[in-house]
Write a protein of this length. Structure first.
Lengths: 163, 85
């Protein structure tokens, strides 16, 4: 199962060992671990709540993995994304790629993260002493995906061209 | 035409609704037609889904655009730009 959406934390070593198991041709394993960044910086404890679109999330992640597989020769891929309430510094996402050589593994790992950031239906809500707010999407994330020659569908500018 | 509509995150909160089944008057051909029907409800619907607001759409759990066709029984979702990872 290359894609998991779960409340539970994950253990990097266990996941990487499972990814490589049975694939002695693996020469490079690249893993990206995203953690909850403390947004306030001022010591106020914050909590992140992850909402997602059940069903679509899993299919969107599977689609992202298959896009990566069509671009690079990959041996195996794992994506784990957590949902629910998360504290600062907790692990939130894991993308791990196994390939014969590091070039494919590095590139595919970054591609999957860039894709995930703008295509996978997750939303972060941050709570702190100052209140609660939904985290805004960053234009930089869309620019990161555009590097790979991928245009994001459904952007607001479509509103004007299509109406 | 029967449609299932779903709303997520800040849109869900602004609209006060996570999902609904509607019987659309006429036959909406695409997401934009559905959007027009929703805006006609006025209030939070007209405001939240106004032209110029940043939101995304999905049809049958695939990212789409306002031009994406809808069919009887389709699941159409509206949500803000995603912020996972």
């Amino acid at each position: 199962m290359p894609v998991r959406v779960q409340y539970a934390d994950f253990d990097l070593s266990t996941e990487l060992a499972a990814l490589r198991a049975g694939h002695p041709d693996t020469g490079a394993t690249v893993a990206f671990v995203g953690t909850v960044r403390e947004m306030n910086g001022g010591g106020a404890v914050s909590l992140l709540e992850l909402e997602h679109y059940p069903g679509m999330t899993e299919s969107a992640l599977a689609d992202i993995v298959s896009q990566a597989r069509s671009r690079w020769a990959l041996i195996d891929v794992l994506v784990v994304h957590r949902i629910g309430p998360l504290q600062a510094s907790e692990q939130i996402v894991l993308v791990a790629v196994a390939a014969r050589h590091r070039g494919e593994a590095f590139a595919a790992c970054e591609f999957i993260m860039d894709y995930l950031k703008t295509r996978a239906p997750f939303w972060k809500k941050e709570s702190s002493a100052e209140g609660t707010h939904w985290v805004d999407a960053r234009e930089a994330d869309e620019a990161a995906l555009a590097r790979w020659g991928v245009e994001e569908p459904g952007r607001q500018r479509d509103m004007h061209t299509l109406t | 035409m029967q449609l299932t509509l779903r709303y997520f995150a800040s849109l869900r909160e602004a609209l006060g609704l996570s999902h609904e089944q509607i019987t659309a008057a006429g036959t909406p051909a695409n997401v934009h037609d559905v959007l027009v029907l929703l805006r006609q409800r006025g209030g939070a619907w007209a405001e939240t889904l106004a032209d110029g607001n940043a939101f995304r759409v999905a049809v049958d759990q695939r990212m789409g655009t306002l031009a994406s066709p809808v069919h009887p029984g389709a699941e159409v979702a509206f949500f803000p730009p995603v912020t996972g990872g």
